[in-house]
Ligand binder design. Sequence first.
Ligand code: CUA
Length: 312
Amino acid sequence: MEKLGGIFNPSSPEMEALSSLTLYTIVTTVGILLLIVAAMIYIIIAYRKNPDDNQEPYQNFGNLNLEIVWTLIPCAIVAVLFLLTCNTMKVVDPPVGDHEPDIIIIGHQWWWEIRYPKSGVITANELHIPAGKYLLARIESVDVIHDFWVPELGRKIDAIPGHPNHMWIVAGEPGLYIGACAEFCGAQHANMHIRVIAETEEEFKEWEKQELVIPPTPRTGLAGNGAKLFQEKACMNCHTIMGTAAAARVGPNLTHLNDRQTIGAGVLTNTPENLNKWLTNPQKYKQGSLMPNMKLSPTEVEAIVAYLEALK
Ligand code: CUA
């Protein structure tokens, strides 16, 4: 398992700002807490009842100066945190202006559709970006409210049906950044992983070029059989494979499934063995998923796996 990067492991300018704001807030509030606890302990001990003294203790009714001081200090603390927050918001949400989105991220129950409108690339669950470059993402949903969150890279942002949100995404360094849906969205909310793959500019361009290649459909052998089954067995009612009649958008685009690291938005690593298990009974790995158990025979599963593996 790769390490799950927390908010204190920032890898973008946006997250650095958020991370330090969080740290300042925690240090301030914990400092106040410790001060109060220390004062309480001191007062309890210093002013405890003297067993030899049965007199009512001296009663102190207010102190104007003290009241002013302990009103002003919290006001000052809140004002400083407010200014720091405004500053952070400016860094975290740079203005969108009239920029067209570079990426469209669409939440589905329970996976992420990812479209690059400028190049036409469509993929799922794995967001490739060139490191060091700010990309504008438009976040949408087709069903319920989801929330896109990659803790090392930035803020959370809701994917709301009928109300697109915008967010700048940037990764400081090439690498793999793991995220997840952060808004409860149904049975498989926990299995709506996001992988952000930040690459060098050249690697990203190469990947984009590769994604636009229409793979030839195998006509013979096991893979050829699989291609036929894919069209006959209702797979094509939900999925797209470029260069074939399959052009539906209910499920993930499978044209370059081979290039992806996981299956089912992160429930299984993408290997032929796991693809075989997944096709045999997806409900076993992701109960409630819209991908039904197609009751395929082992030979049919094998053929479809061979087909999907042959798409390159
Ligand atoms: Cu999608 Cu939670």
